[in-house]
Design a protein around this ligand. Structure first.
Ligand SMILES: [Zn+2]
Length: 84
């Protein structure tokens, strides 16, 4: 079963299709010294709390890409390229 992604304020709620547990994925966006934006996603699950990339983050990222492509949101895609 795949994960379910729901948009919330400042992030996403991702419910794992496997465990049924829901975690919050937030994107922290910062600006570097040259004025370029960059970002990082943080998940509330145990793996995320240890700084590991988890499938909740993958699911949220896939959701954002799908939305950006559907809406032809090129600024959004540019932003997504900068988020790790
Ligand atoms: Zn996670």
């Amino acid at each position: 079963m795949s994960d379910t992604v729901r948009e919330i304020e400042n992030g996403y709620e991702v419910t794992s299709g496997k465990s049924g547990k829901t975690y919050t994925v937030r994107t922290v966006v910062k600006m570097d010294a040259c004025g370029s934006y960059y970002g990082k996603r943080i998940c509330s699950c145990p793996a995320g709390q240890h700084g590991r990339r988890c499938h909740h983050i993958d699911a949220a990222e896939q959701h954002e890409w799908d939305e950006a492509i559907r809406e032809k949101d090129y600024d959004g895609m540019d932003m997504l390229e900068r988020i790790s």
